[in-house]
Design a protein around this ligand. Structure first.
Ligand SMILES: [Zn+2]
Length: 215
């Protein structure tokens, strides 16, 4: 009774398939729990890149709902999927067994604010809640003049970002700690490549990139 009354006020539907009455259904949870796969974006970030799966279906709808439609609740299933992927990558020997610092990919501050916070950071925090060896550190930001990358080619994206990803806090992880860059979607790889370059230049040790979906 209470649930149906609340439904009238806040209609709940699955962020992956639209099924009414649940925020994230079991079928979409199965789809999101797929094993991470190595992908090779056109701009090579010089560390391995893994995706939870292709940018379609429930995965794509969840990313869009979290980013564009303010579905903060989807940080739960997305974060759990990231934590599951990290634990698999550890088992496969692709990630160190010890502490890993998760660094969300840089987002344009204004865009993140207008969307009510960065969904990648939120999902990363949920992932860290599932795995005590994960720690989230918002090391990266973008400087002025970075345009939204939608519709830009690989070369344009690289130019758009060159020199504009920056370390935004001195309170980083201990030097030498393994750093895993996390993002929602990898398209050309330009953001990941520039982020890895900046992290290395600052003395950090990026060991890979993990994304929810590969476009
Ligand atoms: Zn669903």
């Amino acid at each position: 009774m209470l649930t149906s009354l609340l439904d009238l006020v806040l209609p709940v539907e699955c962020g992956g398939c639209g099924l009414a009455g649940v925020g994230w259904c079991r079928r979409c949870a199965r789809e999101l729990a797929d094993v991470p796969a190595r992908v090779r974006p056109r701009v090579d970030p010089d560390v391995p890149v893994w995706a939870l799966g292709p940018y379609r279906g429930a995965r794509r709808r969840a990313v869009i709902a979290a980013k564009e439609h303010g579905r903060r609740d989807l940080a739960g299933p997305l974060g759990l999927a990231l934590a599951t992927a990290v634990s698999r990558l550890r088992r496969w020997g692709e990630l160190p067994a010890g502490p890993v610092v998760v660094v969300p990919a840089p987002t344009r501050a204004r865009a993140a604010r207008s969307r009510g916070g960065d969904p990648v950071t939120r999902a990363a925090r949920v992932a860290a809640g599932h795995d005590r060896r994960l720690e989230v550190c918002g090391l990266l930001g973008t400087g002025r003049g970075v345009r939204d990358s939608v519709g830009l080619s690989a070369a344009q994206r690289q130019r758009n970002l060159a020199g504009r990803v920056r370390i935004r806090t001195a309170a980083g992880p201990p030097p030498g700690a393994a750093v895993l860059l996390v993002d929602d979607v990898v398209t050309t790889g330009a953001t990941a490549a520039e982020s890895v370059r900046v992290l290395r230049a600052a003395g950090h040790r990026p060991c890979g990139v993990l994304v929810i979906a590969a476009a």
